[in-house]
Design a protein around this ligand. Structure first.
Ligand code: GUN
Length: 296
């Protein structure tokens, strides 16, 4: 392996410490803690794990966590009513409705119902629009975490060739807009892209967010490039009965060529939660007119 392994866990822990220090100042100044409300509908075990770890990180940063758990049979009207209550609750600075939602509920209705100024996931169309035209808003946590890792490795990104593989609303599209804002030359590749390996070979920065295990191979990578792997794919159990988590990048071959690369797990994942904590703190600070360290 020649690439530097980017330690997302360590970067995330350092960011969370800086946020905790700002939260302490906020509490002294305002007499209250920033609050994050999480909403989980149903019993999906992976979603339950994610929501629990978000709540834990919230408390560790010195903020309040309001965890709402609704049954699988919850109606759309009931969930809308809860979102409305949270929108009106002054103790709640951030609202996170864990996706996916059960089939009887239209995700778009719920996402659009959350107040854009409490939308710490950055999924509301108003926040997507703000990002697109360069206004302050909330940026989705995963691409924001990827950007912070890239800036930590490379400093200024201006003029770099960046290829984002994947065009989802949650990762690919906002990632491309963030890199464009940093003056990268951005290509968004997807399932219909012709000669994907050749496109990726041009990139100084590769962000892989397609959800296909180990799709990006080492011989697709330009020597010295920085590779950010957003994928979290669980492979079926092999002969020893253990299942493995892998990214969208074939780590071993890519690490022979890249300059720096994120592992899975321990790369982007911890940054997503740190950025959620960051967005919640920033929401509280904006709502209270509290000035904070802008580099957070
Ligand atoms: N489900 C998977 N990832 C996410 C996320 O970042 N936010 C929410 N709300 N749900 C998710």
């Amino acid at each position: 392996m020649t690439a530097k392994r980017i330690d997302g866990k360590a970067v995330a822990a350092a960011l969370r410490e800086r946020i905790a220090a700002e939260v302490a100042r906020f509490r002294d100044a305002t007499g209250r803690a920033p609050g994050l409300a999480t909403v989980l509908v149903g019993e999906d075990p992976a979603s339950a794990v994610y929501v629990r770890s978000k709540g834990k990180a919230t408390l560790e940063a010195g903020m309040e966590s309001f965890a709402h758990h609704l049954p699988m049979i919850t109606t759309q009207g009931e969930l809308v009513a809860l979102v409305d209550r949270l929108n009106d609750d002054p103790a709640v600075d951030g609202i996170l409705v864990q996706l996916p939602l059960p089939p009887q509920i239209d995700e778009r209705v719920i996402i659009t119902r959350i107040s854009p100024d409490k939308d710490v996931d950055g999924f509301h169309p108003v926040n997507a629009g703000r990002l697109a035209i360069g206004l302050h808003g909330f940026v989705p946590c995963t691409p924001l975490g990827c950007l912070k890792l890239l800036q930590g490795e490379l400093g200024d990104l201006a003029g770099k060739d960046a290829v984002v593989i994947g065009r989802s609303n949650i990762v690919g599209k906002p990632m491309a807009l963030l890199l464009l804002k940093e003056s990268c030359t951005v290509t968004v590749a997807h399932s219909k892209t012709r000669d994907l390996p050749e496109v990726v070979r041009r990139a100084d920065i590769v962000v892989a967010a397609v959800g296909r295990p180990e799709m990006v191979k080492g011989d697709w990578i330009k020597p010295g490039a920085t590779v950010i792997d957003v994928g979290i794919n669980r492979l079926p159990a092999d002969d020893d009965g253990k299942s493995r988590l892998v990214g969208d990048v074939d780590f071993n071959s890519a690490a022979e060529v890249a300059g720096a690369i994120t592992p899975v797990p321990g790369g982007v994942g911890p940054m997503t939660i740190a950025c959620l904590i960051r967005n919640t703190f920033v929401s509280a600070a904006r709502r209270e007119g509290f000035s904070y360290e802008k580099s957070l």
